[in-house]
Write a protein that binds this ligand. Sequence first.
Ligand SMILES: [Zn+2]
Ligand SMILES: [Zn+2]
Length: 252
Amino acid sequence: MIPKQIEAYVVDDASKQTFRKAQIDVPQLQPLDVLMNIECCSVCYTDSFCPAGKAPGHEFIGKIVAVGSSVEKLKVGQRVGGGWQLGSCQNCDVCNDGKQHICPEKTNFINAPIGGFADYVVWDSRFLYDIPETMSSADAAPLLCAGITVYAPLANHNVQPGSRVGILGVGGLGHLGIKFAKAWGCRVVALSTSSNKEKEARAFGADEFVVTKDADQLKSLKPLDMIINTRYMNDINRRFAAANWFVIDQLR
Ligand SMILES: [Zn+2]
Ligand SMILES: [Zn+2]
């Protein structure tokens, strides 16, 4: 069913991160847009950067209810997911090389009329992905931003089964990073400032656990082939001024 209006949760006060319900007119579909009925949207830290009056949400899954006049690859009824990126120029060197995520003119969910905290979303069909039937919407949603963030380094940097991969930080991204690296066949080393993260890191598949505040543990850590840093960079700048050197020191 095509709605007349979309019900969304928009940011009310950005400093307090409060929301209010809002009714928004359905945006006009551009030729390559689709309108989708949202089933599920997970929460990412970047949502907190969304300004007042806009609906955040960029890990969303839903079924397509209408397509623009030039959409050929997706169809009504199909279940798809969207992530952080809304669009790119499709015309520069990096876009032509299939790396639209580093296009200088890329746009993201904050540029979208409505993010995924809504019952419907209008999105560029070129930045939506088919979701396999075997995967639930709730399982698929976090993969659209958090998942791709930690999966991409494994895929793009020739990580091999048996490689020693460090996952720095055992939060939401770290959990997924540990699981992906383990499934990739790597020897997974979880690195955390906090010893009480060990149990969950090992439950997600970490083979080794190192408390980065413990100089002796760091000293005995065998070199790593790759470190995936899942910590928020401003946090690192503030609390770990030497974090980059730490990362470089631990690599083979
Ligand atoms: Zn995100
Ligand atoms: Zn481009």
